[in-house]
Design a protein. Structure first.
Length: 336
């Protein structure tokens, strides 16, 4: 297994609940694994933990293992090598990764020189080759251009080229296509899939788009309040979601040509100031019972593979949609 996160927990001082709580997930070589959930659920924090980029003051426990080595216990020198060579990250806004006053070629050459033993002349030739690999037309001209001269889709290809410069084993794609139009998004996704297949590259794909995750990923993890609440093979997850939160997300996800009414999940996601002793979704769950507010979440096996962290999982019929409204949902207990 390329990436194996085991019971990762992150705690910030002065917060009522952990930033991450016992997160476990795995990514194999050549596999695309999705990570979905509402904003603030901990998706990006989980990805950044793979690079050991943690919030100031955070304490971590658990393991983040890449190729048999725990990132959380790496020396500074080994961590620098890990960030430069083993794992690369692509963010949602490519302009945030590029210096607006420097040329595209400067961005790529600098990465190549710092992550390899090549000289600048060889690095420039390699930069042109990388731009051609990610499908940019006229790469010789692109290396001489500045970021403002390229479209958003072109810049995302440049950033992907930079991420691939050191030939990493794992790519972290954090909403890497969300800001693009659908045609460009499809091109970028096809490119990433082809590069992954060609290089046996593992990918952790973070997105808010559940339908995109179903179509694009091999497996999907669903996060809520810093926890993984469900994980299944992608197509099975979206045809037979078992956790009430996953079902709630699907109930409020529009589909083209679908005339059904959308039912948002009642209430709000908990903040770090909201404390609870049991299931963090109990306050918004249509199936919650008083016992759920004290039940410590743990993954329970799902028929056909996967798991869901729901106390009532054995009682909930497979494929039953979550109820749109729960009349008497208990309020979150705030400790702030």
């Amino acid at each position: 297994m390329l990436l194996d996160i085991e019971n990762l927990a992150l705690q910030l001082p002065g917060t009522a609940r952990p930033l991450l709580a016992d997160v476990s997930l795995r990514v194999g070589a050549g596999e695309v694994v999705g990570l979905v959930g509402e904003s603030g659920s901990g998706k990006s924090t989980t990805a950044k933990a793979v690079l050991r980029i943690l919030p100031d003051g955070a304490t971590a426990r658990g393991r983040v293992v890449i190729d048999g080595t725990d990132v959380l216990t790496m020396t500074d020198a080994r961590l620098r090598e890990h960030r430069a060579r083993t794992v690369a990250m692509v963010h949602q806004d490519p302009r945030s990764a590029l210096n607006p006053v420097r040329r595209i070629g400067d961005f790529l050459v600098e990465r190549l020189v710092r992550t390899g033993d090549t000289d600048k002349r060889a690095a420039r030739a390699r930069a042109v080759e990388l731009l051609d690999t990610v499908g940019l037309s006229d790469p010789e001209r692109r290396v001489r251009q500045h970021p403002h001269e390229l479209s958003g889709g072109m810049l995302q290809r440049v950033v992907i080229a930079g991420a691939l410069a050191a030939q990493p084993d794992l790519l972290l794609a954090d909403e890497a296509t969300s800001a693009l139009d659908v045609t460009t998004q499809a091109e970028i996704l096809a490119l990433l899939r082809e590069l992954g297949r060609r290089r046996d590259l593992g990918m952790l794909f973070i997105t808010h788009d559940l339908h995109l995750a179903a179509a694009y990923c091999d497996r999907v993890y669903v996060m809520y309040a810093g926890r993984v609440v469900e994980q299944q093979e992608a197509r099975r997850l979206f045809t037979d979601a078992r956790h009430p939160y996953t079902r709630g997300l699907l109930n409020c996800s529009p589909e083209l040509g679908d005339s059904r009414a959308l039912h948002p999940i009642p209430g709000r996601p908990p903040s770090l100031a909201d404390g609870f002793t049991g299931c963090p979704f109990a306050a918004r769950c249509p199936h919650a019972e008083p016992e759920c507010e004290t039940w410590a979440p743990e993954p329970l096996p799902v028929p056909g593979g996967g798991s869901a962290a729901c106390r009532r999982l054995p009682e909930l019929p497979a494929g039953e949609p979550a109820d749109p409204v729960r009349p008497s949902a208990p309020a979150l207990r705030s400790t702030s």
